[in-house]
Design a protein. Sequence first.
Length: 437
Amino acid sequence: QAYNCLIHFYKRKMSLKISVDAMESNIKEDELKNKKNCSDLHTDDNENEIENKASDLEIKSNGTSKTCELEIRCLKLEIESGKNNVKEVEVANKKTPIELNVVIEENKKQHESQIEVLKAQHAEEMEECLKKVKDWKATKIIFHEENEKKHSEERKCLQLQIEAMRTKMNEVKDENKYLLDQMKEKIECPVCMEIPRSGPVYACPNGHFVCKKCKSGSCPTCRVAMGDGKSLLAVLVIENIDHKCKFVYCEEFFGLDKLEDHEKQCKHRIVSCPHGACREEISLSKLLDHLGMKTCAYDEVPQVIDNTSKSGRVLFGIKTELAVKDRTWKMSTFSYQDKSFAIFPTKSDELYFFTMVMFDSDEECSKYNIEMEVHEWQPTSKDSEVSFKFCGSPCSIDEDKKELKYLGLTLNNRSMEKILKKSKDNSFSLSLSFFQK
């Protein structure tokens, strides 16, 4: 309100000032006109008319000036009145902040009291919530402790039951094992010291058993006449017990339905050394140890073929004349993906044989392919002018040794002559690659 009053006062003041300035400019213009008229009158011959006109102009000028003075006085009065209004507004404005401060203080006190009430309510609610949480935690702890105690007791009972059952099972196992050992001991042939794997099982009149391979005219245990008596009970026992694998280094037991399949693939089965001049028959698990003695192979340990290159190379030399009919080179051994392989090279009857042997079963051999290429003495077969290649699966170590040389790459004497002419010192290379199907 005070601000609006001041605005109105200053606007009125400006308009009055403009009016006063306009009046003063009018007075000045009138004075200039009077002077001009007076100067014009002096040029006229009739002096009386001049005086009359001058008096009229003076009267008119005096009237105008009086009017202007009155208006100026009125304006001054209005200005004084406006100044008084401004003073009143200023006084009113001086009083307003004090009243506003009083109102603000009252509102502040009211708000503070409301805040205190809300704080008290919030504190009560928080205290109540904390109490509930504390009670809930205490209840939960008690419940957990009770459950833990209950579960602990149950676990102890179960453990005791399990231990009792284990003890009972062990007793039953021991009893069964004792009975089985007794039965195995009774049906074990006293001649070959082996448990028969099939019937018939012969029994003497005194109940002593003997296998069909070792049966003779008299009982080997009590020396009475053996006769043709057979034990059906012994056959029943044989068919329902686990038999030990027949290979020396194997300690596994199987039922008759699985025993034969195991022995075909047993890693301790007896195999023949692939080298043509070696007559050793040894356990498959000991074959690499045998070859590592460097009597049948060049290498003490197999050459590892990595999965990136998948390739290897073997160098051979023919120091004697090609007219020699039979010749056997030492083998070269390789390892690819933890499987063992060997190159088996021989010459017989004007033919050269190169066979890759895998130390595993036919089933495992069928999972791999190999490439063998006989070529000149060059780093790779690609650099050779003459080469001969074989592609196919490696042959199993279980194959008949006499047939091994026919299961790989075969070259005649003339083909080998072509290779040796391109090489030096009667030497040639054999490159090989491995692939898994």
